[in-house]
Design a protein around this ligand. Structure first.
Ligand SMILES: NC(=O)c1ccc[n+]([C@@H]2O[C@H](COP(=O)([O-])OP(=O)(O)OC[C@H]3O[C@@H](n4cnc5c(N)ncnc54)[C@H](OP(=O)(O)O)[C@@H]3O)[C@@H](O)[C@H]2O)c1
Length: 255
């Protein structure tokens, strides 16, 4: 299979690097010329080339991955002509299958939510609908999650937007620690170790989250107190509200 990318930015770079050394390392990759710097860097990898235009990418490939930002998607996609046998995999948040079909003429379309961890082939990538070729691609980059229901796919999309908040919690905790007089490097290094270890626990355990919270909270102790205060101050409700806003956005509903 020849794999083409329309939009050579952050997520394309993660996918292309992840493919190197994967089970699909022999699939040729063709990149669109923008961003020139990223395209040039990726073109130093084996079997990766840069085409002269977006349409030249489409014309050279069996699978076309759409990886431009949502704000310019309509402009870029309306300039493409995609054949009925070509598979389109759109990574563009909030752009629905009928819109992609209408803009490009494509007949085989799937959507996917790869995250940067595909580069280490540890991505967990929802794919909607469950196109077998799209599943094969993302299975080579970690785990592919077949999704048959749009609302479920949009819930994954909203949950995928928790990455910024995860680091935002670390940023807030670090700032608070520094406010208590700790050197910034000490606070950073402590939190890096703590959250890194929690990530290891999460990956290794199949216990549910309530049990993990209980296991990491002495009854009547500080962990229990911090979560109770955090929730009582509205933090868990705020999280649900934010997720609902992200869900509404990907569903195309005004807030
Ligand atoms: N980053 C993630 O983790 C992630 C995860 C899942 C899905 N996505 C989705 O993937 C899409 C891309 O995200 P990203 O983070 O990779 O964004 P990004 O880094 O901004 O990449 C977008 C790329 O599109 C290029 N571009 C701009 N105009 C173009 C045109 N007319 N034709 C072709 N390419 C053009 C940009 O080039 P210039 O730099 O020259 O403008 C840039 O290389 C978004 O829709 C996003 O929702 C991202």
């Amino acid at each position: 299979m020849r794999l083409g990318f329309i939009g050579t930015g952050t997520i394309t770079a993660h996918i292309v690097r992840g493919l190197q050394g994967s089970a699909l390392a022999d699939w040729p990759v063709v990149l669109s010329p923008r961003n020139t710097e990223i395209a040039a860097a990726l073109a130093t990898l084996p079997r990766v080339t840069v085409a002269a235009s977006n349409q030249a990418v489409v014309d050279a490939c069996d699978i076309v991955i759409l990886a431009v930002r949502p704000q310019i998607a309509e402009d870029v996609l309306s300039g493409l002509r995609i054949g009925p046998d070509q598979l389109v995999i759109s990574l563009i948040a909030g752009l629905h299958l009928p819109q992609i079909a209408a803009l490009t003429g494509a007949a085989r379309i799937a959507r996917a939510i790869p995250l940067p961890f595909v580069e280490q082939r540890q991505g967990v990538t929802p794919v909607y609908p469950a196109d077998p070729t799209a599943l094969r691609l993302f299975a080579a980059l970690g785990t592919a999650l077949p999704v048959d229901d749009l609302a479920a796919y949009d819930a994954y999309a909203a949950a995928s937007a928790l990455m910024g908040s995860y680091f935002g919690i670390l940023e807030t905790a670090r700032g608070w620690m520094v406010g208590q007089g700790l050197p910034a490097e000490a606070a950073t290094s402590y939190l890096r170790g703590l959250f890194g270890s929690l990530g290891d626990v999460l990956r290794a355990s199949d216990a549910n989250f309530a049990s993990l919270r209980a296991d990491h909270s002495t009854r009547g102790g500080l962990n229990e107190m911090v979560f109770d205060r955090f929730a009582a101050a509205g933090a868990t409700t705020a999280l649900e509200t934010a997720l609902t806003a992200a869900f509404n956005r990907v569903q195309g509903r005004a807030e």
